[in-house]
Design a protein around this ligand. Structure first.
Ligand code: HOZ
Length: 411
C-alpha cells in the first residue's frame, strides 16, 4: 500500500513513529495488532458514535447481509433512511444517498452551479470537504497535517473558480462577493470546523452568512459530514439558527459503512437526475447493507440524551485543561458536543491562522504519551477527537485518569 496506508493521516507523518495497526474494537475500546488496549477517541474519524460493534447495529447488518449485498434497485430500507434523515433535518424535502462525504460535496458543487447558473464557489481556509479537485485548496485535514497548500495534479482550471475566505470572518466573504458580484454559485462551509482541529465560529457569523447568501442569490452549502449528530440528533444548523440550501452528510449516517448524502428543498433537489438535468449516479448508492447499518445506528442514537453528549465533551475539555495546567502546559481546548480538540497554544483558536499557532511538536509528544497510557487519539493536531455518546461516568473517569497520566508522562 502507498505509504503503508489507504488514507494519508493514518501514516502518522506528523507525530512520527510507527502507525498503529488495529486488530479489533468493542464498545469504547480498541485493540492494536500487538494486543494493546486503548480507549478510542478517533471513532474512525467520526462514524463510530455508538462505540464499536454495537449489538443492535451488528444484528441489523447481519440480517441485511443474509439477504444479499446489493441489487442496483430501490429498497425499503432506503426509504426508511430517507425518513430518518428528514426527521433529523426537518427542513430538507429530499435527499440523495451516495457513498461518502466527498461524493456528497462533489454532487453539491454541481447542483449549486446548476441552481444558480453561476460558476464560482467560496470555501474557507482550513475547512476540508473531501478530496475533490474544486475544493482541494487551503484545506484542512491531511493537507494541514502535512503542511501543504494543495494537491499536485489539480489543474489550475479546477480551482480557478474557487475563492478562499477567512473562517469566522464575514468581512472576508463580503470582499469576495463585491469583487465577483453575480458570479458566485455557492458558499461551502463546515458549520463547526473539524478539519483544522475543532473551531466553533460565532453564531452571528453563520447567521450573517445565511442572510448574505440569501440576499445575493448564492447557494449556502453546509457540510455536516462531521458535525451531524454530534451535538444534537440532527445538524449544527439548529445550533446556529440557520438552514442551508444544500446540506451534506456522511460519517454517522453510515454508522461505519460508506454512506454520504446531500439534501435540500424540492426546488433545488428536483434539479437532480432523473427529475432534473443535474446528472449524478452510483452503482452502490443506497447500498442495502450500508443503509441497514446507518439506520440501526440512528435508531439507537435517537434514544440518547444529547445533554449528555455535551456533558461528555465538556468533561473531556475540563480534564485536558486541568491536567495541562497542573503540569505547566498552555493549551486551548475547543469543543462542540462530542467533538473536542486541544491546541498547544495560548491563543484563542477561532480560525485557521490561530489553529496553526499550535505547537505541533508538543502535540506529537502528547499524542505518544497518551498512546502509552491507553488513549487512542487522532495522529494529527488538525483532526477532531470524536467521543462516543455511550460513555458512562466510570469510563469518563478512566479517560480523565489517562489524560492526567499522559501529561505527567510528557515530562
Ligand atoms: N474526513 C476525515 C477526517 N479529516 C478523513 C479521514 C482521513 O483523512 O483518513
Amino acid at each position: 500500500m502507498v505509504g503503508g496506508v489507504n488514507s494519508p493521516v493514518r501514516a502518522f507523518n506528523s507525530v512520527g513513529g510507527n502507525p498503529l495497526f488495529i486488530d479489533r474494537a468493542e464498545g469504547i475500546h480498541i485493540y492494536d495488532a500487538d494486543g494493546n488496549e486503548y480507549i478510542d477517541c478517533v471513532g474512525s474519524y467520526g462514524p463510530m458514535i455508538l462505540g464499536h460493534a454495537h449489538p443492535k447495529v451488528n444484528e441489523a447488518v447481519k440480517a441485511a447481509i443474509d439477504k444479499s449485498y446489493t441489487y442496483g434497485a430501490s429498497t425499503e430500507v432506503e426509504v426508511e433512511m430517507a425518513e430518518m434523515v428528514k426527521e433529523a433535518f426537518p427542513h430538507l424535502d429530499k435527499v440523495r444517498f451516495v457513498n461518502s462525504g466527498t461524493e456528497a460535496v462533489i454532487s453539491s458543487i454541481r447542483l449549486a452551479r446548476a441552481y444558480t447558473g453561476k460558476n464560482k464557489i467560496i470555501k474557507f481556509a482550513g475547512c476540508y470537504h473531501g478530496h475533490s479537485d474544486n475544493l482541494l485548496v487551503a484545506a484542512g485535514s491531511g493537507l494541514a497535517t502535512l503542511g501543504i497548500p494543495g494537491s499536485k495534479g489539480v489543474p489550475e482550471s479546477a480551482v480557478r473558480d474557487t475563492l478562499i475566505a477567512k473562517f469566522n470572518d464575514i468581512e472576508s466573504v463580503k470582499l469576495l462577493i463585491d469583487e465577483f458580484p453575480d458570479e458566485i454559485a455557492g458558499i461551502f462551509i463546515e458549520p463547526v470546523a473539524g478539519n483544522m482541529g475543532v473551531v466553533v465560529p460565532d453564531k452571528s457569523f453563520m447567521q450573517e452568512l445565511r442572510s448574505l447568501t440569501k440576499e445575493k442569490g448564492i447557494a449556502l452549502v453546509i457540510d455536516e459530514v462531521m458535525t451531524g449528530f454530534r451535538q444534537k440528533f440532527g445538524g449544527a444548523q439548529d445550533y446556529f439558527g440557520v438552514e442551508a440550501d444544500i446540506t451534506c452528510m456522511g460519517k454517522v449516517i453510515g454508522g461505519g459503512m460508506p454512506v454520504g448524502a446531500y439534501g435540500g428543498k424540492s426546488a433545488i433537489m428536483d434539479m437532480v437526475s432523473p427529475l432534473g438535468g443535474v446528472y449524478q449516479a452510483g452503482t452502490l448508492s443506497g447500498s442495502p447493507i450500508a443503509m441497514a447499518c446507518g439506520l440501526a445506528t440512528l435508531n439507537e442514537l435517537k434514544k440518547h440524551d444529547y445533554d449528555r453528549a455535551d456533558q461528555i465533551g465538556k468533561r473531556i475539555k475540563a480534564a485536558l485543561e486541568k491536567s495541562a495546567e497542573k503540569h505547566g502546559y498552555t493549551i486551548t481546548v475547543n469543543q462542540f458536543g462530542l467533538m473536542v480538540n486541544p491546541f498547544f497554544t495560548d491563543q484563542k483558536v477561532v480560525d485557521f491562522e490561530t489553529a496553526q499557532s499550535s505547537d505541533t511538536e508538543m502535540f506529537a509528544k502528547f499524542f505518544w504519551a497518551a498512546a502509552e497510557n491507553g488513549l487512542y487519539l487522532p495522529p494529527s493536531q488538525f483532526e477532531a477527537w470524536f467521543m462516543p455518546i455511550v460513555l458512562t461516568d466510570e469510563e469518563i473517569n478512566l479517560i480523565e485518569e489517562r489524560i492526567e497520566k499522559a501529561f505527567q508522562a510528557m515530562k
